[in-house]
Design a protein around this ligand. Structure first.
Ligand SMILES: Cc1cc2nc3c(=O)[nH]c(=O)nc-3n(C[C@H](O)[C@H](O)[C@H](O)COP(=O)(O)OP(=O)(O)OC[C@H]3O[C@@H](n4cnc5c(N)ncnc54)[C@H](O)[C@@H]3O)c2cc1C
Length: 461
């Protein structure tokens, strides 16, 4: 419990109704979507204006209170688990205004608590397109997306959140406003602080406003499902499509375990006897879409697809994408603990990675469902377990380390999109170097000398 004078000060800043001190409230904000130990914060506050957000950060800074900002808490790396030292959780769900959608210059300015899918729909209503679409988009916030540099199902063609962040206004550790980037297509003014802050997981600043690039909506699209009776053939088809220099907007993979879980959860009509599925969408100019769709279909058949189902209309297409987005929830229902991994490999190595996952599941006697953004080389092996079973949990930890080792040996990375948080900070050196960690710690120490902003995340300490 924080000192009552400070609680009073926060009540003055954000309003008494936006300060939470009850045990039940505090417990609610002690965890996120990652499998890491919960930590109950000392206080939770919910600013509803920029001014209140800035003043809250300032008071935390002045009093040495560690700040963990929380959007929707859907991150999978422990980024919103508070710190043990008198942690204050700042909720952004009161900062949810789309401040501007500029159709002429194709950008938007938003507050950090705007929900991703709601923003994409608002842009679409004006004929504009905001491509980043994490599987969690129905609830995740743009602030959380920027802080994690979230990817999504359309990453293959359209890239990830960082490709759309034109500028930021954020509060530094003293609660002072810092402005980066611009609303112009080009901006070479000053250091690239936007680049530094994107993916910083709340450790270097607290976003107050985000300027996002929008692009024209694609004129046409075509979605299809390719059915395989061998998992390895599906993964080889992914590599073959990319090798043929075709870039679908989406190229998703699901193994049989995931297909069955998703189908029993969402009844989308997926073929439950398939060894693996590829869900593919091409978009763009109508003529090009038709041409690419034919080529993709040909490649899938050459690579052994036993069936190809082209979505008849948008409703059918949306049903399948909704099913794919439900994969994590569907798998989560099967066992008490779900560990979703994010190791990513160069795309041509996908078949090797799929095989490695099967070998690791067999070696450590674990159930591992695999799905994910195969076109990006970003698979999500998902281990179903029960953390209370200590013997099995040791095997899970060994399997996770084996997955990372395998990905790194193939020239891959620990995280394609879920960030480092606390879940992966101990593995960081495996991918980088001791000097990289020292360098990162020096940046953090210079910008946040009292270690107030989301301490312990990414670089530990
Ligand atoms: C079912 C499911 C599917 C998912 N699918 C995907 C996917 O396809 N792609 C993907 O990339 N991720 C995915 N994720 C992970 C997660 O949704 C993303 O990381 C998302 O960006 C988190 O958004 P959030 O609003 O929940 O942020 P939170 O989890 O609340 O926060 C994430 C991080 O951002 C920081 N943060 C939040 N707001 C601010 C702010 N205003 N200023 C500074 N820092 C801030 C937090 O401190 C924390 O470190 C999925 C998660 C789930 C549960």
């Amino acid at each position: 419990m924080l000192n009552p004078a400070l609680i009073k000060e926060f009540k003055n800043i954000v309003g008494a109704e936006n300060v939470f001190t009850d045990d039940a409230d505090l417990l609610t904000y002690s965890y996120d979507a990652a499998v890491v130990k919960p930590v109950v914060p000392a206080l939770v506050i919910r600013p509803t204006t920029s001014e209140a957000l800035g003043r809250s950060v300032k008071v935390c800074g002045e009093n040495g209170l560690p700040v963990t900002v929380r959007g929707a808490g859907t991150n999978l790396s422990g980024g919103t688990v508070p710190t043990a030292r008198e942690g204050v959780v700042i909720l952004t769900n009161g900062l949810k205004r789309i401040l501007e959608i500029n159709e002429a210059d194709m950008y938007a300015v938003v507050q950090p608590g705007v929900v991703t899918a709601q923003f994409a729909a608002a842009a679409q209503a004006k004929g504009l397109f905001y491509p980043p679409d994490p599987g969690s988009q129905a609830v995740s916030t743009l602030g959380g997306n920027v802080a994690e540099n979230a990817g999504g199902l359309r990453g293959l063609k359209y890239g990830v959140t960082s490709d759309y962040v034109m500028g930021l206004k954020f509060f530094d550790t003293n609660g002072e406003i810092v402005k980066t980037g611009a609303k112009t297509v080009k901006c070479a003014t000053g250091y690239n602080l936007t680049g530094l802050l994107v993916g910083s997981e709340g450790t270097l600043g607290v976003f107050d406003e985000i300027t996002l690039k929008l692009i024209p909506l694609p004129a046409h699209r075509k979605a299809m499902m390719a059915v395989f009776n061998q998992i390895i053939k599906a993964s080889e088809a992914v590599a073959a499509i990319i090798a043929a220099r075709i870039i679908p907007c989406t190229l998703e993979f699901m193994d049989n375990f995931t297909i069955r879980a998703v189908e029993s959860y969402s009844r989308a009509g997926l073929p439950t006897d398939a060894a693996a599925l590829l869900l593919i969408e091409v978009d763009g100019h109508p003529a090009m879409v038709e041409e690419d769709a034919v080529k993709v279909e040909e490649i899938c058949r050459q690579q052994g697809a036993v069936d190809i189902r082209v979505a008849k209309d948008d409703a059918e297409r949306d049903k399948v994408w909704a099913a794919r987005r439900s994969a994590l929830s569907a798998l989560a229902k099967l066992k008490p603990t779900l560990v979703l991994e994010d190791a990513t490999v160069p795309r041509s190595r996908i078949p090797e990675m799929v095989q490695a996952m099967q070998d690791i599941a067999a070696k450590y006697r674990l159930e591992i469902g695999t799905f994910g953004h195969a076109g990006d080389g970003n698979l999500h092996p998902t281990i179903l377990t029960d953390k209370r079973n200590t013997e099995e949990w040791e095997r899970v930890e060994a399997a996770i380390a084996a997955i990372f080792d395998k990905a790194l040996a193939m020239g891959g990375t620990l995280s394609g999109e879920h960030g480092t948080g606390i879940a992966k900070s101990c593995f960081l050196e495996k991918e980088t170097s001791p000097a990289t960690i020292q360098y990162s710690r020096a940046v953090k120490a210079a910008l946040d000398p009292r270690n107030i902003l989301n301490p312990g995340k990414i670089i530990g300490g």
